[in-house]
Write a protein that binds this ligand. Structure first.
Ligand code: GLU
Length: 553
């Protein structure tokens, strides 16, 4: 019988703290019943993927909805893959979408909260204290197998259903204390392995918050807990950190689901109460009639930075995220038009178990709706800020006259039925381009009954009576008054009853003016546009159009 205590001291001579010490240092949180403690646990290896934001949002809203705690832990045990600045970039990415951690990592090498440190690289002693305690109980052992030896073991398992380091293949499981001592004295490297108590015949059951009841064979692998440099594997760090930080719900990508039997076994041997799991399926995209994962390589929208660059307001992205997070969000939104997203009763059970679909058309719709409800001041502010970074031309136009810009953006806004034309700020310049001479491109194509001949007549008559000081009623009366002079009727019904009698109706008359002034057949309120263009521009554009149509007619 190995003397486990002696072995533990041999392996961890400098570790003097025990699990009891840490249990006391990190007490249970005093939260109200049902409060959920969740976390986002990125590895600082790159940029924020839309899938990360999606998963993180689920973790965040469930903590908020239950008056719980949401924290950020940085999983930086792999120093080789660490990317400088990745932590602050991720935190910034999250904060754009309103996700601000209650505790944990709040900046590059900056943290707050009673469960610190939240950087795994600073928790080595904690992991080792638990490792030492497992060794002391005969539940973990050092393994001296080299990479080549592990390859040999694999090669010998060709006919085994289960491959890996277990049972009779676990060569170092039963080394004697003397053998271990000799190896260590000779300077041999070792990893620490779990002495798995699993039984291949038995099942492990758990109830995933998203995927439902799951049954898998128990883990029998003597998995590595500490690598040869004393750094924990993801599995070991997950169990210890989520236990000591008193996480209640682990919300993570479903690539980890196959490891749950390992994790539950670790919780058991460590004497921890298991956490609840919510495994989030990756976001999917439709392609060629099939589905595939949203891909960092192929899809620009996979990077969270894409949305800011394209000019989607954060509110739109949040609203869209919620619609794909919970299938009933849209119904809730219809019934709670102005409510804060955080008051939505988020439910893991209503998340897609197979992967939410990224739907561009839906994002566009949602965003148009969100933007249509914003005040003109807000639309101006957000567009202006966006343009400063991404569209110098628009920024310059807006800078010249902010009041005019706001008034332009206010056309058909701040009323009961605002127009829903803009989905992202990168569309604004094109949308309102005709309001500035610098960006107006005439296009004299007409629609409906309007043709060059009618256009000549209409513009000639309109130029005679046009008055920039008209109010909306007077302006519209002018349109109607022009009708009989150009063979049209002011009354659309009348036109419909006897179309052959008329050259068109009042709608065709205003189409001519609209096209002449804006180069478009469809615009927001023409009266407001006319006012904002001002007398000089209106006359200039009408005359140019007249010249064009005279040549055409
Ligand atoms: N660092 C892990 C990852 O990035 C976190 C998984 C988890 O949330 O536990 O995949």
């Amino acid at each position: 019988m190995t003397d486990y205590k002696e072995l533990a001291n041999l392996l961890f001579p400098n570790i003097d703290k025990t699990p009891d010490y840490y249990e006391e240092l990190y007490p249970l949180r005093k939260l109200k019943e049902g409060a959920r403690v969740t976390r986002f646990a990125p590895s600082p290896t790159g940029y924020l993927h839309f899938g990360n934001l999606y998963t993180c949002m689920a973790a965040y809203v469930t903590a908020k909805a239950t008056d719980g705690v949401f924290y950020v832990r940085v999983e930086d045990t792999d120093q080789k893959r660490k990317v400088d600045g990745a932590v602050s970039a991720m935190l910034k990415g999250l904060s754009v979408y309103g996700i601000v951690a209650d505790e944990g990592v709040i900046g590059e090498n900056e943290e707050k909260g009673n469960y610190a440190p939240y950087y795994q690289s600073a928790r080595k002693d904690i992991y080792q204290a638990y490792a030492k305690s497992l060794v002391m109980q005969g539940l973990a052992y050092p393994c001296f197998c080299s990479a080549e030896e592990l390859d040999e073991i694999r090669a010998s398992q060709e006919n085994e259903d289960i491959k890996g380091y277990y049972g009779k293949y676990a060569k170092c499981r039963n080394l004697s204390l003397d053998e271990i001592k000799k190896k260590i004295e000779s300077g041999a490297e070792w990893t620490l392995r779990l002495k798995s108590p699993g039984d291949a015949e038995k099942k492990c059951y758990f109830d995933d918050m998203i995927k439902g009841k799951i049954e898998m064979p128990e883990n029998i692998q003597d998995i590595v807990l500490l690598k040869s440099d004393g750094i924990p594997t993801y599995h070991f760090a997950h169990a210890i950190d989520d236990h000591l930080m008193r996480t209640t719900h682990v919300v993570r990508g479903d690539e980890w689901i196959a490891s749950v039997p390992v994790h539950l076994q670790l919780f058991k041997v460590l004497g921890f109460k298991p956490v609840k799991y919510a495994h989030v399926a990756p976001i999917m995209k439709e392609e060629n009639g099939g589905k595939r994962k949203l891909s960092k390589r192929k899809d620009p929208e996979a990077a969270v930075s894409y949305y800011a660059e394209a000019g989607y307001p954060a509110e739109s992205v949040n609203e869209y995220l919620m619609t794909i997070l919970n299938s009933n969000f849209e119904d809730w939104r219809r019934a709670n038009k102005d409510a804060d997203i955080l008051s939505f009763p988020f439910n893991f059970k209503k998340m897609s178990a197979s992967g939410a679909l990224f739907d561009y058309a839906k994002l566009t719709d949602v965003s148009k709706n969100v933007i249509s409800k914003m005040s003109a001041d807000k639309v101006f502010d957000l567009t202006y800020k966006w343009a400063e970074e991404y569209q110098p031309q628009l920024y310059e136009l807006f800078s010249k006259d902010k009041e005019k810009a706001t008034a332009i953006l206010n056309i058909d806004r701040e009323n009961k039925k605002p127009r829903k034309d803009i989905a992202k700020w990168s569309e604004v310049l094109d949308y309102i381009g005709y309001m500035y001479d610098e960006t107006f491109t005439p296009c004299y194509e007409l629609s409906g009954n309007a043709n060059p001949k009618l256009a000549v007549n209409v513009i000639e008559e309109y130029l005679k009576v046009f008055d920039i000081n008209d109010d909306k009623d007077a302006w519209f009366n002018r349109m109607k008054e022009i009708c009989p002079l150009v063979g049209c009727t002011p009354n659309v019904k009348e036109y419909k009853a006897e179309p052959e009698k008329y050259a068109g109706h009042v709608g065709d008359v205003s189409t001519v003016i609209r096209v002449a002034l804006t180069g478009r057949t469809n615009t927001p309120d023409l009266f407001s546009i006319t006012k904002l263009l001002g007398e000089e521009t209106v006359r200039k554009r009408l005359n140019s159009a007249l010249k064009y149509y005279k040549e055409e007619a």
